[in-house]
Design a protein around this ligand. Structure first.
Ligand SMILES: [Zn+2]
Length: 469
């Protein structure tokens, strides 16, 4: 039989994450021009296809590249200086992010990409709010070769949030800046044309309407319309913190998700980010509209100090995607955090320690995340015709030797130390400690300089002195 030549061949135990969750024990995946050409039992595939080099081995566990469904690259340098500094977003994160020049913004992409690739993540969903950083972020993303859903937007509304006690004598208010919604949405549409949400490019555009406080009604309605017309997602932080709920109650007389429902923007294109304070009624509203949830378990603990009612979200049929949110940029840590925090919070309380199975959580980092981000046509599972976005894990360690139950043991015992190679569109971007598209020595210099820079920006803004160690 004539053998067809292919660009890439990977062997091992293939965890496809296809509809049947097929696992091929001694399998092989081959790809050409960035797409999966075939997969199946190794002997069968090896007989049909020829490849110079075969990655993986008899101990390898081969999975679809993981998805980080929520992040902001420009938080890279400052991420550990925010805890307990409420409200940390306007006080610490935003000034630190705003202070970066374009070159520094590009460096944050490389710093984030290196961490994500190191943990087997092939796709990130980046939310940017600063048009001045956009070209540098896009250029750096292209340089790294990672796949990205890039949600862009820029706030168009001024607001004043009177704190609870201040409201005795003061009121919260908001005011849209004339014409900005139209201007910014036009820029977003232009971005969607450059990076089509259904296109072949590694970057797929999306709509960022970050929050109810600083985006106007016109922006929300227009953003939702754009997301529908271009078949992409609209990313909205919602039910994130007490300040937001207080603000919505005081100016709209509605809770945050109720306000979204009033605006008519809850549909399958909506990605509700965090929703840690969503009430049962609000979860019901999200479910009725078929919205998805981006859930960042480590961020929930690190900064938000609250976790969403995941049993309710699941019972309502809401799709969930896990995000690292630039806290622990490691999908294994986030999967394990989801297992631990929800198990501890809802396990005995519901008398059901297994309400969230290991398989459910791995879905949330792969195929279910792809569905939430509307990219499951191309990623999330290993199937013929999909992108060759693949992670190869080393399954040879002693902690993996007596494996009883693959999904459960991957969740409980595997770590990024198991990641041997991370492949995007058939290109190996990380392998055994080496990055093929990122200059690590230069990255280290940029990271140290960035760290020193934001330290200076935020030191005086913090309640407490910078930690001594
Ligand atoms: Zn966010």
């Amino acid at each position: 039989m004539q053998q067809e030549s292919v660009d890439l061949a990977v062997r091992g135990r293939i965890v496809t994450m296809d509809r049947q969750r097929t696992v091929i024990e001694d399998g092989m995946v081959v790809s050409r021009a960035g797409r999966i050409l075939a997969l199946g039992p190794r002997q069968e595939i090896a007989a049909r296809y020829r490849c110079e080099r075969i990655l993986g081995d008899e101990h390898a566990i081969v999975m679809p590249g993981f998805i980080d469904a929520h992040t902001h690259c420009t938080q890279c340098f400052v991420r550990s200086l925010t805890s307990g500094e409420l409200p940390m977003i306007p006080r610490i994160y935003s000034p630190a992010q705003r202070s970066l020049d374009a070159e520094q913004a590009g460096a944050t992409v490389r710093l984030l990409a290196a961490q994500l690739l190191r943990s087997g993540i092939t796709t990130m969903c980046e939310g940017t709010l600063n048009p001045a950083h956009e070209p540098a972020i896009v250029a750096a993303l292209e340089e790294t070769g990672m796949r990205c859903v890039m949600a862009r937007g820029a706030a168009d509304q001024d607001f004043h949030h009177a704190a609870l006690y201040s409201q005795i004598a003061d009121r919260s208010w908001y005011k849209a800046r004339e014409g900005e919604a139209e201007r910014e949405l036009a820029a977003t549409e232009e971005f969607l044309r450059r990076h089509p949400p259904r296109g072949e490019g590694l970057i797929r555009g999306s709509v960022n309407v970050s929050a109810l406080m600083n985006f106007s009604e016109a922006y929300f309605r227009g953003g939702a319309e754009l997301a529908r017309r271009h078949d992409t997602t609209m990313q909205v932080h919602i039910g994130r913190d007490r300040e937001e709920v207080e603000f919505c109650l005081s100016v709209f007389g509605r809770r945050p998700v109720e306000r979204l429902a009033d605006l008519g923007v809850i549909d399958e294109h909506l990605v509700a980010v965090h929703a840690v304070l969503a009430s049962e009624k609000e979860i019901e509203l999200l479910a009725r509209g078929h919205a998805g949830l981006a859930h960042s378990p480590v961020e929930c603990v690190a900064n938000l100090n609250a976790i969403p009612n995941l049993p309710r979200f699941r019972a309502a049929g809401i799709r969930v995607a896990l995000g690292c949110d630039n806290q622990a940029n490691d999908i294994f840590v986030n999967m394990r955090a989801a297992w631990l925090i929800h198990g501890a919070k809802w396990g005995i309380a519901g008398y059901d320690g297994e309400f969230l199975s290991a398989g459910d959580i791995i879905d949330m980092a792969t195929i279910e995340a792809a569905s939430v981000l509307r990219i499951d046509d191309i990623v999330g599972s290993l199937e013929t015709g999909k992108a060759a976005d693949i992670v190869i894990l080393d399954g040879s360690g002693p902690h993996m030797m007596s494996m009883q139950h693959l999904s459960s043991e991957l969740l409980r015992y595997a770590s990024r130390a198991e990641v041997r190679s991370t492949i995007v569109a058939g290109k190996v971007l990380y392998s055994d400690g080496d990055f093929t598209t990122i200059d690590i020595d230069r990255l280290r210099q940029d990271a140290i300089a960035g760290r020193d820079h934001v330290r200076e920006v935020v030191a005086a803004r913090r309640y407490r002195p910078l930690p001594a160690w």
